[in-house]
Design a protein around this ligand. Structure first.
Ligand code: DX5
Ligand code: ZN
Length: 228
């Protein structure tokens, strides 16, 4: 993975057809997505349950771009190796998932994956301040994690701008997760975000049998974010 700050669209397969992950991934990649976002939920840190390491390992061969695994689980440290072994390129853990975020980021990098730190809407940007030299991505949650299809929380745009200033020239992506649409994408792109996760806004209107809407949706978000 080479670093750049161009806009990248990362569809969340939480909004895909769960009976058809291989074909759904092939469809969104053929339609122009940049990363594939995999939402892992434990029914404890968030009130929903999704994928374990075997599912991630099973879909890995279908992902030709970047496998971006978002761990909404607590505790997290003892599962990092399993998600790295499943082939995650990026592993993101939450600042709120435990008291030892520094150790968690060390463990992710030691596993060979890029390290991401996610911040819930109530968590201040200063939570990353002492971790800036050990992370590759900060994920700003623009909804409360747990479900797709929620409404974008506008107060987070200011958090993105503050993070962008804190990051300076460091090679750290700013990812946005939750409620990204062609309407909200330009707000966070202008504030300094470069990786836009979108579930419902990418998958709406399409299917593996009719993937063209995926491409239209991806292009609509990208062009809104880049001002094209
Ligand atoms: C929320 C997940 C998101 C979610 C985004 O807990 O982390 O990745 O799937 O879905 P939309 O784009 O529908 O808000
Ligand atoms: Zn996510």
């Amino acid at each position: 993975m080479t670093f750049d700050r161009s806009i990248k669209i990362a569809p969340s397969i939480l909004s895909a057809d769960f009976a058809n992950f291989g074909q759904e991934i092939a469809a969104i990649e053929a339609q122009g997505c940049d990363w594939v976002h995999v939402d892992v939920m434990d029914g404890h840190f968030v009130p929903n349950l999704t994928f374990g390491p075997p599912l991630c390992a099973a879909i890995r061969p279908h992902i030709k771009t970047v496998m971006d695994v978002h761990l909404m689980i607590s505790p997290v440290d003892q599962y990092i190796e399993a998600y790295a072994a499943a082939g995650a390129d990026v592993i993101t853990a939450h600042a709120e998932a435990g008291p030892h975020t520094h150790r968690t980021m060390q463990a992710i990098r030691a596993s060979g994956a890029k390290a991401g730190l996610a911040l819930n809407p109530a968590t201040p940007p200063e939570a990353v301040e002492y971790l800036l030299d050990m992370i590759d991505l900060v994920c700003v949650m623009t909804v409360n994690p747990g479900f797709g299809g929620q409404k974008f929380i506008h107060s987070q745009v200011q958090k993105v701008a503050r993070l962008r200033t804190m990051i300076g020239d460091r090679e750290i992506h700013i990812q946005i997760d939750g409620g990204v649409t062609p309407e909200t994408a330009p707000l966070v792109a202008r504030a300094g975000a470069d990786v836009l996760v979108a579930g419902s806004a990418v998958f709406k209107g399409g299917s593996v049998a009719n993937p063209a809407p995926y491409g239209e949706n991806i292009r609509a978000i990208r062009s809104a974010a880049t001002g094209v």
